[in-house]
Design a protein around this ligand. Structure first.
Ligand SMILES: C[S@@+](CC[C@H](N)C(=O)[O-])C[C@H]1O[C@@H](n2cnc3c(N)ncnc32)[C@H](O)[C@@H]1O
Length: 219
């Protein structure tokens, strides 16, 4: 590991808003986010594959009445979001370092109110379909963690991932209130949360890609 990464890992260890291997809460937090970490009963909203955490931090600033957890496997990316949250004095933000595939170890059934997938890796190769964050095996995890009526949002620049996800959702049972647009900023859906731009959104928008968005609720 590079010296820079080791430094960030050590800083993550010292920050209370980062929950990662080696910390007590990492093994205790399942089912206890509001009681053990946030110490309130506010709605719990997750951003999966949060990268530098722009969406997590942005939503937390816009909606201080909710709690937000950004999840990513990369510690140096989480480091950035956690630093910003600390700097902004946001007590309604945490970051969890883990694989999305392991979320059942960190969230109890029905513990979350909303999930955001922001610019997940498109995984275009056929052999990687099972690794797409909207593959049915991931959807099954999201359904377990979300309360009844819980909402899932996807923002992406990638046509193939967008179409693939739409097909998956249309085939799923127990889904309602599906909304989808292949050009978010030309649509009527806009609100301040949808206007938050992540690092990857800015990169893709500069390359001229339109931003696609879909959301739905699990019954
Ligand atoms: C293309 S980046 C998008 C980051 C951020 N959401 C954005 O829009 O700028 C995808 C992120 O997902 C994370 N990631 C990919 N697969 C993951 C997995 N299985 N579990 C947790 N994080 C994952 C990567 O580490 C990376 O930070």
């Amino acid at each position: 590991m590079s010296r820079q990464k080791l430094k960030k890992f050590a800083e993550n260890q010292a920050r209370t808003n980062v929950i990662q291997p080696g910390k007590e809460l990492f093994n205790q937090i399942k089912g206890g986010w509001n009681e053990l970490y946030f110490k309130n009963t506010a709605p719990l909203i997750l951003e999966l594959g949060c990268g530098r955490g722009e969406y997590t931090v942005g939503m937390a600033c816009l909606n201080p009445e909710n709690n937000y957890v950004g999840v990513d496997i990369k510690g140096d990316r989480i480091w950035k979001g956690s630093k910003t949250a600390e700097h902004e004095g946001l007590s309604n933000v945490a970051f969890l370092r883990t694989q999305v595939q392991s979320l059942d170890n960190f969230f109890a059934p029905d513990e979350a109110d909303e999930i955001w997938l922001t610019f997940p890796d498109p995984r275009p190769k056929k052999r990687d379909i099972k690794r797409r964050m909207t593959h049915p095996r991931f959807m099954d995890i999201y359904r377990r963690l979300l309360k009844s009526g819980g909402k899932l949002h996807l923002k992406t620049d990638n046509d193939q991932l967008f179409q693939y996800t739409l097909e998956i959702v249309l085939e799923m049972t127990g889904v309602r209130a599906l909304t989808a647009t292949d050009n978010l900023y030309q649509s009527r859906l806009m609100d301040p949360v949808l206007e938050i731009r992540t690092h990857y959104e800015v990169l893709f928008a500069k390359q001229g890609f339109s931003i696609k968005y879909l959301s739905f609720e699990f019954e």
